[in-house]
Write a protein that binds this ligand. Structure first.
Ligand SMILES: N[C@@H](CCC(=O)N[C@@H](CS)C(=O)NCC(=O)O)C(=O)O
Length: 278
């Protein structure tokens, strides 16, 4: 592994690492914010999963989360959103291939060789973090849009692995919307049963994990009605009794201006869970 960026931020350090991913078969870049408390001992970790077109830079440069992580003593880990490299399959469209890994393990060619973001985020990345950073194994997960989908799916499928979960503008039902259907058809094939394991609305219906879901959604989001559909998550949670706090935020769009406006409340939400002694 190699530290490729190192900048003082809110009393701690905003770093970027490059490390080899055996799961993805490529080098990956990861944003790591170390709060000042990490200089004195291990800290819990909030994983952030970004959306379409993003790499590790979007969250660390636009969300302004560092000051809240410093306040609460939480490490922020923000990986790239897909495998990268000249030998990695890609598509000309922004919503497939590089920058659009959708946090699934692809089973169809040409994607299956490298596109295994589910395993990378659930297993390999935390193992790397906990072996190489001053981190405890207390984990929380959040994300935006495609990454909000990833956060919800990963928490719902892995009971006990995360203390808390939240999402901004998540794609809650990828099987039912154009972004998700396009990606799942390419990565997983046309067997819609296989899509359900990566669909938060489907997973809520059979969830063993009862972690409360915190979701913020701007009501002026340009992707709200066609791609995000928080109404489907609300209906599924109401039908099954799954705890959901869905906050429709008036006037906010899909951008990082929205995330920056509420990230402090999300970090505080995760800090409460991460600091509980288990
Ligand atoms: N119209 C956008 C669609 C992609 C988009 O809105 N991406 C969101 C996540 S779904 C994002 O975070 N973009 C990067 C940024 O705002 O920094 C584009 O083509 O870039």
């Amino acid at each position: 592994m190699e530290r490729i960026e190192h900048r003082a931020s809110s009393g701690g350090w905003q770093d970027v690492y490059r490390h080899r991913s055996g799961v993805l078969g490529c080098d990956m870049t990861v944003g790591v914010y170390l709060p000042p408390q990490a200089g004195r001992g291990p800290c819990p970790v909030l994983y952030w999963l970004s959306g379409l077109t993003c790499n590790e830079q979007n969250f660390i440069t636009k969300a302004g989360a560092q000051r809240y992580a410093a306040e609460h003593g939480i490490i922020l880990v923000a990986p790239d959103t897909s495998p990268r490299g000249d030998d990695v399959a890609d598509d000309a469209a922004y919503d497939l291939g590089k920058g659009a890994g959708f946090y699934v393990n692809a089973t169809r060619e040409p994607w299956a060789k490298h596109y295994r973001m589910y395993d990378y985020v659930v297993d390999e990345l935390p193992a790397w973090v906990e072996a190489n950073l001053p981190a405890t194994d207390a984990r929380a997960v959040s994300g935006h849009s495609m990454g909000g989908h990833g956060a919800l799916v990963i928490a719902l499928r892995n009971p006990g692995r995360y203390r808390s979960v939240s999402a901004f503008s998540p794609i809650v039902a990828p099987s039912q919307v154009p972004w998700g259907a396009k990606a799942f058809d390419a990565y997983l094939g046309d067997d819609r049963e296989a899509w359900k394991q990566y669909d938060a609305v489907e997973l809520v219906k059979g969830a063993r994990e009862t972690l409360p879901l915190l979701v913020d959604q701007g009501d002026a989001d340009e992707f709200l009605a066609e791609q995000l559909r928080p109404d489907l998550l609300r209906a599924a949670c109401e039908a099954t009794g799954h705890p959901l706090q869905l906050r429709m935020q008036p006037g906010y769009d899909h951008s990082y201006y929205f995330i920056a406006s509420f990230i402090g409340e999300h970090v505080a939400h995760h800090a409460r869970a991460l600091k509980q002694t288990s």
